[in-house]
Design a protein around this ligand. Structure first.
Ligand code: ATP
Ligand code: MG
Length: 355
């Protein structure tokens, strides 16, 4: 973990795409989720938790990216409505305050698609093909042939950011190439058309990936190795009990290696310092069994989720409120987006006839 922080600091001096809060005052954040299913603890640790903290400091726009969900789930658009609701519910339960953050449904802002089309002229195919994030994701999903939409994913992300004039985009370090690409496209637009679009910066999330219950390097809904924020306590307990630990440890008195244990990595992510140290010591010295250690973790996760579940219960009793929040947020976003598109067309000398 510390090694990664070091890398980020090194990168900061070299990489113009990384935000430096000591030098600039940033104002508006664009972040979001693809509505492809329930959010899990990986999303929470890697993005939601930070998002909740940042909404106090920056004007926050959370995009529920239903069009981008189609890049991989185009066969099932009928699932989008339920998933949009779930993702909004997960965000609100996690502590997103609709008075501080604006939650937006992507497809209801056609200006984003319009801007995506304009931007798609400003980037050649090669940098998209060689974009490391696209490459990794394509490999993860076993895509041999990429669709035009999947390849253009970073272009539409650029439009998401630019349409709201966001200057900060919180991302994991692996998403940095996307932000670099976004800056390149926006810079080219501004240079070519004397535009005034905002070049965004990446706010790098220092949190390393949360591993899956099966020990896979990434907790992911597509791998079926996730604890969802919406899981009930009984299934969470069962999932934690099933998680991979140090395989060489058979008896509670065996000396273990916490560094290869999924449960210990969760302790590192969610438990307090004392419990982390205690767990490490007890595992290394054969003073705690894995079952007990797992139950300790369950209590930590339960405590983390309790306030979220209270909010979840409230919203489940008041489902209409969620749709109202989405409608209000989207209307606010739409006003900003149409203003941006007007400016974009003005720069491009495309406002042919004024209404
Ligand atoms: P999944 O991978 O679970 O199917 P997804 O494909 O919709 O979900 P990703 O694009 O993989 O989601 O992740 C969205 C963001 O959520 C990432 O940029 C990252 O910030 C965060 N995230 C997702 N999974 C993890 C994880 N296991 N650990 C840390 N952060 C994660
Ligand atoms: Mg994924």
């Amino acid at each position: 973990m510390y090694k990664q922080v070091q890398t980020i600091m090194d990168l900061k001096t070299e990489n113009a795409a990384i935000a430096d809060e000591s030098k600039f005052e940033y104002k508006r954040i664009l972040t979001g989720d693809r509505p492809t299913g329930p959010l899990h603890l990986g999303h929470y640790a890697g993005s939601l938790k930070n998002r909740v903290r940042l909404q106090d400091k920056y004007e926050t726009f959370i995009l529920i990216a239903d069009i981008q969900a189609l890049t991989t789930n185009f066969e099932h658009p009928e699932k989008l409505k339920d998933n949009i609701f779930l993702v909004a519910l997960d965000n609100l339960s996690a502590g997103i305050d609709p008075n501080l953050s604006t939650i937006v449904i992507q497809s209801m802002i056609p200006e984003i698609s319009e801007l995506t089309t304009f931007f798609s002229m400003l980037i050649s195919i090669n940098p998209l093909k060689h974009n490391p994030t696209i490459k990794t994701e394509a490999k993860e999903r076993g895509y041999e042939e990429l669709t035009y939409g999947f390849l253009g994913y970073p272009v539409s992300q650029t439009a998401d950011i630019a349409v709201f004039k966001a200057d900060l985009v919180p991302v994991g370090i692996d998403q940095l190439p996307h932000i670099e690409l976004a800056r390149k496209i926006i810079r080219k637009f501004n240079e070519l058309y004397c535009g005034k679009l905002v070049e965004p910066y990446a706010l790098i999330d220092k949190f390393p990936r949360l591993v899956g219950l099966d020990g896979n390097l990434k907790m992911s809904k597509s791998y079926g190795n996730a604890i969802n924020l919406s899981d009930d306590y009984d299934s969470i307990k069962t999932k934690i009990r099933s998680a991979l630990t140090d395989k060489n440890r058979i008896h509670p008195t065996d000396r273990g290696n916490p560094d290869i244990c999924t449960i210990y990595s969760y302790h590192r992510a969610f438990s307090d310092e004392n419990l982390i140290k205690e767990t490490e010591y007890n595992c290394k010295n054969g003073k705690i069994g894995c079952v007990k250690c797992k139950d300790n973790l369950f209590e930590v996760i339960k405590k983390l989720l309790e306030p979220m579940n209270e909010r979840r219960a409230y919203y489940l009793d008041n489902k209409d409120e969620i749709w109202d929040i989405l409608l209000t947020g989207t209307a606010k976003a739409k006003a900003i987006a149409s203003e941006t598109i007007k400016e974009v067309k003005e720069s491009m000398k495309m406002l042919y006839i004024l209404p």
